[in-house]
Design a protein around this ligand. Structure first.
Ligand code: FAD
Ligand code: SF4
Ligand code: SF4
Length: 484
């Protein structure tokens, strides 16, 4: 237990877990931060001033009981801290690792505003549940009595896994369908190991499997079954398919070999991490070793691509982004990490052509941008500066401009599934149900590209509403039987 008690922030300085040196971490795909030692976690937790109205929790999409588990940690009551932390989250150790805390809980901590530096909430959250796994406190799912109803989940990312966890615990038969061979969605194949090590994801998947969740791998809805067939098979269905249609760059030469999609690139790298044979990587197409790499984009995906290229042994890595540092969507923390690892950011720049040398990319024509008048969303729209073009050497270009939803009504052979004009699935926010009875939706496919913590939140909300729906359905079924 920490000796200073709580409210120790004027005495105890803010401290994050130590980062490994850039030279060392660029040589592997392991996480870059070391773990807190128990004393450190207790000490850092004790800085919390136990606010009556905790802004940190209000700005956490899960409304985690942050001050309570910080106090329990400071008092050395880690097992209770774990139970409380797990009461509101299905994967706290994952959110603790990859939430953009500076924009959520920590960015709203009152101690941050008083100039002392926020409580290091994410690192403590990670520490609590990592310790629970080590100590064997994470229990298998204990399903409630069998309810005789089953649900189908399409997509095994954080949204789908959350629904699976909470519905299996309530006693439903749970089937998860995913087109990939491994579960986890972007946690497994998008986000690189240096942010989230894969065994952290796999132990969550294994716990669900051990708890009786049935996973249908390499099962693509739209190819292996239609949505209508799944609705026949199950009492309720939830769509958690994420967003996967990459935004295109329209510029001459973009079709040259060596200009690749970010998710192909990251997936190949993650697969290598699992020990899979990946021809496109082994033959060089999706491997940055020895190459001059240019990544186009300024979001989380672009940050992950540049840092992956460094680890693959690229000769140089540059990131082109059409706005400036202050106006990029990606996390500042990640930009800093990337810069430390040797990435060069070329702000206010965009490609306007790719040099194609016999079918293979050899360079990028870059044009300088400036920020013009604010657009409809209030952001200042970038516009090219005439005559500012210059050439940049490149033999691998990664397009990382973000993702839009695929055309689900068509893919699922379900034209009556209502979508918004952006292609995201429309849900009634009270029931979390789509335009189809008994079909729910959660995560990025509803929100557009978002965050893991929001996918978990949606999954939690869907599980609650689906449970209500299925209880009502069971009652109606009983009543019909009696009437007959
Ligand atoms: P997903 O995780 O996308 O999972 C959807 C699943 O559905 C996939 O497994 C897919 O195979 C499956 N699927 C799709 N269509 C079908 C079909 N027809 N049939 C069967 N299965 C199907 N968020 C953060 O909070 N922090 C980060 O640091 C962060 N980094 C990111 C880095 C990258 C490179 C990317 C791309 C995203 C990142 N995000 C990050 C965003 C985050 O990963 C997503 O918001 C989150 O994973 C969405 O969860 P989801 O469950 O809705 O969908
Ligand atoms: Fe902060 Fe994310 Fe954890 Fe919430 S889930 S406490 S926002 S790190
Ligand atoms: Fe503690 Fe900061 Fe949350 Fe207040 S806002 S309860 S000090 S973590």
């Amino acid at each position: 237990m920490h000796m200073a008690g709580m409210l120790s922030f004027p005495l105890v300085e803010q401290d994050y877990p130590e980062k490994r040196a850039p030279g060392e971490r660029a040589g592997d795909f392991a996480e870059i931060s070391r773990a807190f030692a128990t004393e450190k976690a207790e000490e850092q937790s004790s800085r919390c001033s136990q606010c009556g109205v905790p802004y940190c929790a209000n700005h956490c999409p899960l409304h985690n009981h942050i001050p309570d588990w910080l106090r329990l940690t400071a008092e050395g009551r880690l097992r209770e801290a774990y139970e409380l932390s797990n009461a509101t989250s299905t994967m706290p150790e994952i959110c603790g690792r990859i939430c953009p805390q500076d924009r959520l809980c920590e960015g709203n901590c009152v101690i941050e505003f008083s100039g002392h530096g926020a409580v290091t909430i994410g690192s403590i959250e990670k520490f609590i549940t990592d310790t629970a796994w080590e100590q064997g406190w994470v229990e298998p799912i204990m399903p409630a009595a069998d309810r005789g109803q089953s649900i189908g989940i399409i997509g095994a990312g954080p949204a789908g896994l959350t629904v699976a966890d909470l519905m299996r615990s309530r006693g439903y038969e749970v089937h998860v369908y995913d087109r990939h061979d491994r579960m986890g969605g972007l946690l497994t194949y998008g986000i690189p190991g240096f942010k989230l090590e894969k065994d952290v994801v796999m132990r969550r998947v294994d716990r669900l499997r051990d708890g009786g969740v049935v996973f249908h791998e390499k099962f693509e809805v739209g190819r292996d079954a239609s949505l209508a067939e799944l609705r026949q098979r199950h009492d309720a269905v939830v769509v958690c398919t994420g967003v996967y249609k990459p935004r295109a760059i329209r510029a001459p030469g973009v079709g040259a070999s060596g200009v690749v999609e970010s998710l192909d690139y990251l997936t190949a790298s993650n697969r290598k991490g699992f020990g899979d044979a990946v021809a496109d990587y082994d033959e060089g197409r999706l491997n940055a070793a020895g190459k001059h790499v240019v990544v186009v984009g300024g979001g989380d995906t672009a940050m992950d691509c540049v840092r992956t290229a460094v680890r693959q042994g690229a000769a140089s890595v540059r990131c082109l982004y059409r706005r400036d540092r202050a106006n990029m969507p990606g996390s500042q923390r990640e930009v800093k990490n990337a810069e430390e690892e040797g990435v060069e950011f070329v702000w206010l720049s965009a490609p306007d052509a790719f040099h194609d040398a016999g079918g293979t990319v050899a360079g990028v024509n870059v044009v300088r941008m400036r920020l013009g008048e604010p657009d409809a969303s209030g952001r200042r729209a970038p516009e090219p500066e005439p005559g500012s073009e210059f050439r940049m050497e490149a033999d691998l270009v990664v397009k990382a401009l973000g993702f839009d939803p695929e055309e689900l009504p068509k893919l699922f052979d379900a034209p009556e599934l209502a979508v918004t004009r952006w292609g995201t699935v429309r849900v009634d926010h009270k029931t979390m149900m789509t335009s189809l009875d008994g079909v729910f939706a959660a995560g990025d496919i509803v929100r557009g590209a978002s965050l893991v913590v929001w996918a978990v939140r949606d999954g939690r909300d869907v599980a609650e509403r689906m449970h209500e729906y299925l209880k009502a359905k069971a009652r109606t079924g009983q009543a019909e039987k009696v009437a007959a």
